[in-house]
Design a protein around this ligand. Structure first.
Ligand code: NAD
Length: 343
């Protein structure tokens, strides 16, 4: 089978492609990716090029999407603008890619008669969950422009199932982490800063609670949904290690034998959700469960960044330069925060 993955040069998409090709030796992947600042073809440098074709293009471009999807039976839609802080500084790209890009893909999938469309959404569409944990039927109440754009794409995908019978399934993962994540996100930001002997910015009191999922477990969840999920359904993918961000940073400092004095509390992000929490019984009924504990996954992630400086150093250098220019250009919500991230 030939499948189309969008955003396959990104963090989750690249892990997904590798896992899918391993599990399905007869399949080939078309990877449509605009190679934004977050995309990197190097993430897939080890993948057999006879089974993986990277098509450099924008999901909002109907002509290239039509070309990419031709002959594909499955669409896994990962492409998105994903960094909350950037959505606060400039929401326009988020609305374009996450909503309009999703519409273009859904239309193309209809026209091409794709047999299964997996839309990757996020737990952030529910907004903050202060007590208990939400099921898939909970109302959506996104609080950041990123989350609002993802909620719109999520609902649009569901509407194509209801209206046109397009075989859509929506997946809502919690925070993922692991090797190859762009170093603006909390865990890789903390690791790379500590490796550089720099302070680790923590938003506000650091008591925002997040559950974490190792990226290979997230990819296994997507595979389970593709293979055994029900069309028209939504599946939460919850992590197991809910804890405050401050504790997560503390674990990283310990792993790298660095002093807690590197923690630097900075002004909180506007609209910062205090907690996310989901139930994922529906997914577990498909015989999926996470395999990597947070302690093990964090150790593996830290070890990866220790050995892959060639990959992340140029990205970190660029991030720091960008935030320097932003700082000098704007008096708005501090874009410096783009390099001071929390999920
Ligand atoms: P990422 O930022 O690492 O990668 C996004 C990829 O999309 C990049 O390769 C980028 O080049 C590509 N892209 C962006 N705009 C594009 C466009 N207009 N056309 C084509 N390609 C474009 O993101 P990620 O962390 O891998 O997230 C993948 C998906 O999972 C996203 O939909 C995200 O919302 C969702 N998600 C991520 C997490 C997480 O913790 N990483 C958690 C829940 C949901």
């Amino acid at each position: 089978m030939r499948i189309l993955v969008t955003g396959g040069a990104g963090f989750i998409g690249s892990h997904f492609i590798r896992a899918w090709l391993k599990a399905h030796p007869a399949d080939t992947v078309v990877n449509l990716d605009a190679l934004t600042y977050a995309g990197s073809s190097e993430r897939l440098a080890d993948v057999d090029e006879r089974r993986h074709a990277l098509l450099h293009g924008d999901i909002c471009d109907g002509a290239i999407v039509e070309q990419a999807i031709a002959g594909c039976e499955l669409l896994v839609h990962c492409a998105a603008e994903t960094h909350v802080d950037r959505s606060i500084t400039n929401a326009a790209k988020f609305l374009r890619t996450n909503i309009e890009g999703t519409r273009v893909l859904l239309e193309a999938a209809r026209a091409a008669g794709v047999k299964r469309v997996i839309h990757i959404s996020t737990d952030e569409v529910y907004g903050p969950v202060l007590n208990g944990a939400v099921e898939e039927t909970a109302p959506l109440a996104p609080k950041s422009p990123y989350a609002a754009s993802k909620a719109a794409g999520d609902l649009l995908a569901q509407s194509y199932y209801a209206t046109y019978g397009l075989p859509v399934i929506v997946v809502r993962p919690t925070n993922c982490y692991g090797p190859g994540q762009f170093p603006e996100k909390l865990i890789p930001l903390a690791i790379t800063n500590v490796l550089d002997g720099r302070s680790v910015p923590v938003y506000g009191d650091g008591q925002q609670r997040r559950a974490w999922l190792f990226v290979t477990d997230a990819c296994a969840a997507i595979q389970a949904v593709i293979e055994r999920g029900a069309l028209g359904e939504v599946y939460n993918v919850a992590g197991e290690s809910e804890q405050p961000n401050l504790q997560t940073v503390g674990m990283i400092l310990e792993l790298l034998r660095a002093s807690a004095s590197l923690i630097e509390h900075v002004a909180d992000r506007p609209g910062h959700d205090r907690r996310y929490a989901m139930r994922d019984d529906r997914l577990r009924a498909l015989e999926w469960q996470p395999r990597v504990t947070f302690a093990d996954g964090l150790a593996r992630t830290t070890a990866w960044y220790r050995t892959q400086e060639m990959w992340w150093r140029p990205l970190v250098r660029q991030l720091r330069e960008d935030s320097y220019h932003w700082l000098n250009r704007s008096a708005g919500p501090s874009p410096h925060q783009a390099a001071r991230s929390a999920p």
